[in-house]
Write a protein that binds this ligand. Structure first.
Ligand code: NAD
Length: 505
């Protein structure tokens, strides 16, 4: 097989028959698709070839304000927060059914927006959005507080109430998954919301708005504002009538969102930010499984995943053999058109991200790291990059410190368990980590010593609707998925009343 077949000679096969008609390009406010107030639009670009696929409404502060008014009205006076939970759940289940009826079209939208593998979208992103909705639909009628054991003659209990109007600001790397890990628990909680998809990937979010309406989600409950971060995004994080902002994106922008929340109405903030996650491979790990997991850990979704295993630490006893196998496998990893079912890695999301990754690769070379494989763009059109592995690096190197968000691995050798733990923790991030060993005592010890929100033992990317994930340190705070995510969209209210004839009052 040719190295990184399918795109190696620069000519991409055309899969244009898969490209869907783009039906929704306007803002979705109060149950209607509308133009932006200023009438502006933004371009969406197909990363396979750099061509414009559509022009989508560009919302800004005025449009956010209209969406907030609709969401406020729907929360303060509308049916959604007041419906019995099972009725919210029923509508959410219908929404999930409609997603399943449109899997191919939705997967294709994420492919032409984000360069995601079409087959993966069909098998994972889109069906899992439906299961995420159903998971929270099932929780919508199980939201309750508790009876308190008061220390005096008082009867006390808590209620869990929706936090109100939520602003969801999401990134481009998983347009569908990010939409539903935010929207599904907030819907179940009884919140109303404004969703701002990333400007690079607005298409599926608008389709989801249409399906929500068709499923019976009342007007004003879900509003979608497509637009840029510094305008539409900033208008959400600083809005006085939004009760909470749930943000996923870079640490840098997360900081701005938190500042805006602090200087406006002190709205509640949840931040899911960047990462630089370690994968630790011990001497007793199975080499084939370990090299497969390490490669998938960095190349899945072309490395554009917050929990990518971008720092791989391998114990010295197996290091040489591991390196040889890993590099051989990386060389046959197929990169090319994401509609091609034989391809495992599509293009980076856009020119900016593509150039950023290539500049990190150049920086690695200049810093004296050894390039084991890759290191170049692929082809002459679109934003394809070879799977890239560096070694002879330390935690001081920029390519090891910074989140590159691309198919670039730093491979390092370690001797002792203590050294592995220390180096794995030597990062400002704390999102995820992987541990590969047959020794469960060792795995359990190391997992407790790593400061990160999710630890995978003998697996990687093992996400589940019931399994919360989120950050330690500069990877943020707040959890997505699981019941923890539902609880973040709920306030706890305490109610206290004296017990009859109490001597205390
Ligand atoms: P980004 O921070 O540039 O943008 C994220 C979102 O914020 C976009 O919708 C953008 O328009 C908006 N935004 C930009 N400037 C803003 C501002 N001033 N005010 C308000 N909103 C603003 O991130 P990105 O490049 O889209 O995504 C990549 C980053 O997301 C990576 O760092 C990655 O690790 C992170 N991420 C984290 C998770 C997680 O769960 N922790 C998941 C996916 C991605």
């Amino acid at each position: 097989m040719a190295e990184n077949q399918s795109n190696g000679n620069g000519s991409l096969k055309s899969y244009d028959a898969h490209v869907p008609e783009i039906k929704f390009t306007k803002l979705f406010i109060n149950g209607e698709f509308v133009d932006s107030v200023k009438g502006r639009t933004l371009e969406t670009i197909d990363p396979r070839n750099g061509q414009v696929t559509a022009r989508v409404a560009e919302g800004d502060e005025e449009d956010v304000d209209l969406a907030v008014k609709a969401a406020r009205q729907a929360f303060d006076h509308g049916p959604w927060p007041r419906l019995p939970g099972y009725q919210r759940g029923r509508i959410m289940s219908k929404f999930a059914d409609l997603i399943e009826e449109n899997i191919d079209e939705l997967a294709a939208l994420d492919t032409i927006d984000a360069g995601k593998l079409f087959g993966m979208g069909k098998a994972m992103d889109i069906p899992l959005a439906a299961t995420c909705l159903r998971y929270y639909a099932g929780a919508a009628d199980k939201i309750h507080g508790e009876v308190l054991k008061m220390s005096r003659e008082l009867h006390g209990y808590t209620l869990r109430e929706p936090v109100g109007v939520v602003g969801h600001i999401i990134p481009w790397n998983f347009p569908t998954t990010m939409f539903f890990v935010k929207v599904a628990p907030a819907l179940a909680a009884g919140c109303t919301m404004i969703v701002k998809p990333a400007e690079q990937t607005p298409l599926s979010a608008l389709f989801y708005a249409h399906l929500a309406k068709k499923a019976g989600v009342p007007d004003g409950v879900i509003n979608v504002i497509t637009g840029f971060g510094p305008t539409a995004g900033a208008a959400i994080s600083s809005h006085m009538d939004i009760d909470m902002v749930s943000f996923t994106g870079s640490t840098e922008v997360g900081r701005m969102v938190m500042q805006a929340a602090a200087t406006s109405n002190l709205k509640q903030v949840s931040l899911e930010l960047g990462g630089k996650s370690p994968l630790i491979v011990f001497d007793d790990a199975d080499l084939d499984t370990a090299t497969d997991l390490a490669l998938t850990g960095i190349l899945f979704n072309k490395g554009e995943i917050c929990v990518a295993g971008s720092r791989v630490y391998v114990q010295e006893g197996i290091y040489e053999e591991f390196e040889k196998k890993l590099v051989a496998k990386a060389k046959t990893w197929s990169v090319g058109d994401p509609f091609d079912p034989n391809v495992r890695q599509g293009p980076q999301v856009n020119k900016k991200q593509f150039e950023k990754i290539l500049s990190y690769i150049e920086h690695g070379k200049r810093e004296g790291a050894t390039l084991l494989t890759g290191g170049e763009r692929m082809g002459t059109e679109g934003y394809y990059i070879q799977p890239t592995i560096f070694t002879n690096v330390t935690e001081d190197n920029m390519i090891v410190k910074d989140e590159i968000f691309g198919p670039v691995m730093s491979l390092m050798k370690f001797k002792t368990v203590e050294e592995a733990i220390k180096r794995a923790n030597d990062t400002r991030y704390g999102l995820a980590a992987g541990i590969l060993t047959k020794n469960m005592d060792l795995a359990n010890t190391v997992s407790r010593s790593i400061r990160a929100g999710i630890i995978w033992i003998n697996c990687y990317f093992a996400f589940d609707n019931d399994c919360p994930y989120g950050g330690y340190k500069m990877s943020g705070f707040g959890r997505d998925l699981g019941l923890d995510a539902l609880h973040k969209y709920l306030h706890v209210k305490s109610i206290v009343t004296p017990i009859y004839n109490s001597p205390w009052l």
